[in-house]
Design a protein around this ligand. Structure first.
Ligand code: MN
Length: 563
């Protein structure tokens, strides 16, 4: 880890950026009354602490220069080169004249996300920017505070999470929580303050016993940390468990840091020797890392005084990755021989982050309207996810609350459109079944199946809803073009068994919706059958009349069409 102060000592580029930004923002003040430049330094400080390269730190210092001062992107490029200019450009909001309100916000966000796919450093600097802005949010109006805080929780915290920056995610959420949901925050603090304290004291006793056991079983432990659960994440967990605080075992959890992977399992053994684990709560994220690359052993045990405690066991590398994610790659991956800084930056991303950004790029193309884009970003892309399997074992990621129909549309639009039902873990489920992580989903399709209006209620994702709506609109349009007309037919036939069946079959085959059938006997040999139908199509129904006349025993067909 390095501080901005240290980098200023070693990097000429950062020194120049520092001086340039300082003079460019000269005279500008923040809402707090501080010089504007304080903000630039605040952002650069985080970026330096996360070990990003000198281009990123320079860009952090310059990130508001194009948006808020007389200097242009070209000026930045001339002074600091293409790399820095690209980063600054990615962080500059779109011109307000072009877009208004929600549009400007959504399109600026879209632009930033696309820049992020090109160069991942953009989003990390943006996160530092948001983090600093949230720390000084109290100077804005109440309404702006709330909007800003909610946006931080809905959009920026999940992005940090996706990049594995869990510590930052927790911090962004916790600074935003009181502004976004003041009453809920106040209740939570009042309810849990003493519990947090009591829990910490209890865990102090647990730690001593644990350390002794590890020493006597020859397990090396570097550190045991008490980790209080972040407030917002506690609040979300409470919502999930109907506010039942007895279900929260990790209010304060213990984290055991050991030198090597092998020591993790040894420590787990020592721990289970002391206290019995709860069945089904041992998780080996070392052998099977989470999608964002997170690794650790988790276990929950019946601990001292028979109370339930959660433990996490990990190495320092796993710990750095768990706290700082992508940023930790800068620390732990060796400097590669990449010639330019962009590919070097990309190389430092894990496979899962790269795939996620790639998917993000493809996904956003489906949304042209700003509001749709924002809705889907919050609901589909950045919300809590579940992981289900195809029958072949491929993992499909969906937002929590998704149904088999969402799954079908995620596989392919056509699979969604032909959805006839689904099996989850081999059992047929209803249209509104809510999927859970780990389930195997098999979609049953039918060729001429079409989406219906009740599907709009059965889908959870904005993505699937958009597809269903599109199909329904297409069909409505077709139906308006080929409207129904009234058609009256009088068919004179020879009396024979099956005549009625044969004639109605022909009518159905020719898009006739029969409303009424009457038959009259004219003699022993002949009869008339009259049909009143809704007929789909234009002009004379000649094909229908010819087909009717071909039926054995049909003598004459008269018809009248309505307007
Ligand atoms: Mn800024």
């Amino acid at each position: 880890m390095s501080t901005l102060h240290e980098v200023l000592g070693t990097s000429e580029l950062v020194r120049r950026a520092h001086a340039f930004a300082k003079s460019a923002h000269e005279g500008q003040l923040r809402k707090s009354g501080d010089p504007y430049f304080v903000h630039c330094v605040g952002v650069a400080e985080s970026v330096a602490l996360w070990n990003l390269d000198e281009e990123s730190i320079a860009a952090a210092l310059l990130h508001d220069v194009v948006e808020d001062t007389k200097y242009t992107r070209e000026d930045v490029e001339q002074e600091f080169g293409k790399g820095v200019a690209f980063l600054v450009e990615g962080l500059t909001k779109l011109e307000k004249v072009q877009y208004r309100g929600i549009e400007s916000e959504a399109e600026s966000l879209r632009k930033m996300l696309l820049a992020m796919v090109e160069d991942p450093r953009v989003i990390i600097i943006k996160l530092a920017d948001r983090y600093h802005n949230m720390r000084t949010v109290q100077h804005l109006s109440l309404e702006r505070q709330k909007t800003f805080a909610k946006e931080s929780i809905d959009i920026f915290a999940p992005i940090a999470y996706r990049l594995g920056m869990n510590e930052l995610k927790g911090e962004i959420e916790d600074i935003s929580f009181p502004y976004a949901y003041p009453e809920e925050h106040e209740w939570l603090i009042a309810t849990f303050k003493s519990l947090y304290e009591e829990r910490k004291n209890y865990l102090r006793r647990v730690t001593t016993i644990l350390k002794n056991e590890c020493t006597s079983s020859g397990v090396t432990v570097l550190e045991v940390q008490k980790r209080a659960k972040h407030h917002y994440s506690l609040y979300k967990k409470l919502l999930k468990y109907s506010m039942n605080q007895d279900k929260i075992y990790d209010l304060v959890a213990l984290r055991i840091i050991v030198p090597q992977v092998g020591d993790c399992y040894a420590a787990l053994g020592a721990l289970h020797k002391l206290w019995k684990p709860l069945p089904g709560r041992i998780k080996d994220y070392i052998a099977m890392p989470k999608v964002n690359g997170y690794q650790s052993l988790h276990t929950t045990v019946f601990c001292l005084d028979n109370r339930i405690v959660e433990f996490q066991i990990r190495t320092p590398e796993m710990h750095a990755l768990a706290e700082n994610g992508v940023a930790a790659h800068w620390l732990y991956k060796e400097h590669t021989a990449q010639s330019d800084s962009v590919s070097a930056a990309k190389a430092r991303f894990g496979e899962s982050e790269r795939q996620w950004m790639e998917r993000l790029r493809n996904w956003q193309e489906h949304f042209s309207a700003s509001q749709d884009f924002l809705d889907s970003l919050k609901n589909d892309v950045l919300s809590d996810q579940i992981y289900v399997f195809t029958p072949k074992g491929d993992v499909i990621e969906l937002p929590e609350g998704s149904t088999p129909l969402d799954f079908a549309y995620k596989i392919h639009s056509e699979v969604g459109n032909m959805y006839a039902g689904a099996k989850v873990d081999g059992r047929i489920v209803s249209l509104d079944y809510v999927l859970k992580t780990g389930e195997i989903v098999e979609v049953l399709t039918q060729k001429n199946k079409k989406p219906s209006h009740d599907w709009l209620h059965a889908v959870h994702t904005s993505f699937a809803r958009k597809k269903v709506r599109h199909e329904l609109n297409m069909r409505d349009q077709k139906e308006r073009v080929i409207s129904f007309r009234a058609l009256e037919l009088i068919v004179t036939v020879e009396n024979r068994v099956g005549m009625l069946r044969d004639t109605t079959a022909i009518l159905s085959a020719h898009d006739c919706d029969i409303q009424k059938v009457t038959s009259g006997v004219t003699s022993d040999k002949f009869a008339t059958i009259s049909f009143l139908c809704n007929f789909r199509g234009r002009g004379i129904p000649s094909a229908l009349i010819i087909a009717l006349k071909k039926i054995r025993g049909v003598r004459e067909v008269e018809y009248k069409t309505g307007s």
